[in-house]
Design a protein around this ligand. Structure first.
Ligand code: PLP
Length: 352
């Protein structure tokens, strides 16, 4: 008998990033801004002083302090991960037990279900309304009826760009006392409805943040989980001790020591998002049969097209050196520089 992979992983394929070089990349919701040179120089200096023969600080104390100061959060309530992706893995693999019920919403970030599946959670789908809003009462009912142990959703949502107001998030958390609600706020820098300041008040809420979007550092892999002490102790206990490398820790510490620069960068992305939305909206008004979109509170727009069209337009733009994300009948387009926005809108109109 030859060795056989288990059924769970046998047919899985590695995550395939867009390969090749393209002049414009608006597919992954990264920031179009780079860290300014003077901050990068500070980071490089800090990195040059590290003792890389030594293991990193297991608790990433400096990152917790810097992030805590920026968001006015107690650093003891923060767990740092190798990207939010690692934290999602820990949540499904360790905070959940095999066979327990995980509720995810659709459409939303597809990794929640993927990690839940790998952890052998029982994954239960909750469908959003046609306008991508969440019927909070129906969601509360589902979670309680199923006896779900965890609910994960992104707010604002990737890929729809729609947000759930803060009061509604808290009503949801209060409505499902036996379920841990994980609110993934990867895009909340672009909106103003965070529940971060409330984590200590709830025993069943955790907020996830990331350095990958507004903070312009997708490459360093740094995500944060913020929750009350009990949950934070558990997260810190179950993670591998040296999950966040010293170089990432140094870079993130330096980053959070420039709060004004973080705010400026966020404001620029919001301006770009508003510009891109306005431009694509005017195309939608001009060609109502060909595309439509809803207002967005994230750093991307989510554009609906007639059956088959999104794929065709995606390919046409790719030929033109412009990469966006095609998801079924939708294109998700991350906002970029003024030039990138005007190019993507031009290519979109040309392909209609
Ligand atoms: C981009 C993104 C993240 C960030 O993941 P990292 O692993 O920190 O880069 C988390 N959640 C959602 C919904 C995202 O879109």
């Amino acid at each position: 008998m030859a060795y056989q992979l288990n059924e769970k992983v046998r047919d899985m394929e590695p995550y395939e990033p867009i390969s090749g070089t393209y002049r414009i990349r608006l597919d992954a919701n990264e920031s179009f801004l780079e860290i300014p040179d003077y901050i990068e120089a500070d980071m490089l200096h800090r990195i040059s002083e590290l003792h890389l023969n030594r293991y990193p600080d297991p608790l990433a104390t400096g990152v917790c302090k810097g992030f805590g100061k920026y968001f006015n959060i107690n650093p003891d309530l923060i767990t740092v991960g190798n990207g939010s992706d690692e934290l999602l893995t820990l949540l499904t693999q360790t905070i959940m037990m095999k066979g327990e019920k995980l509720v995810y919403t659709t459409p939303d970030f597809s990794m929640y279900k993927c990690y839940g599946y790998l952890a052998e959670n029982e994954c239960i789908e909750f469908k959003k309304n046609a306008d991508f809003t969440i019927d909070v009462d129906a969601l509360i009912d589902l979670v309680n009826r199923e006896g779900a142990r965890m609910l994960i959703f992104s707010n604002p949502c990737n890929p729809t760009g729609v947000g759930l107001p803060r009061e509604e998030v808290l009503r949801l958390v209060e409505g499902v006392p036996d379920c841990l609600v994980v609110v993934d706020e990867a895009y909340m820098e672009f909106w103003n409805q965070s529940v971060l300041s409330e984590v200590e008040k709830y025993d069943n809420m955790m907020v996830l943040k990331t350095c990958s979007k507004s903070f312009r550092m997708a490459g360093i892999r740094c995500g944060l989980a913020i929750a009350n002490r009990t949950l934070t102790n558990a997260m810190r206990a179950v993670k591998s001790p040296y999950n966040v490398n010293s170089i990432t820790q140094a870079a993130a510490e330096v980053l959070f020591s420039y709060p004004d620069d973080l705010d400026t960068a966020t404001a620029k992305v919001i301006k770009s998002r508003d510009d891109l939305y306005a431009a694509v909206k005017s195309l939608a008004d001009k060609y109502p049969a060909k595309l439509s979109l809803l207002p967005t509170v994230a750093n991307f727009v989510y554009v609906k097209m007639p059956t088959g069209e999104a794929k065709r337009v995606f390919e046409a733009m790719k030929q033109d050196g412009i990469i966006v994300r095609n998801m079924g009948d939708y294109l998700r387009i991350t906002c970029g520089t003024d030039y990138e926005n005007s190019e993507v809108v031009r290519a979109l109109e040309a392909s209609l």
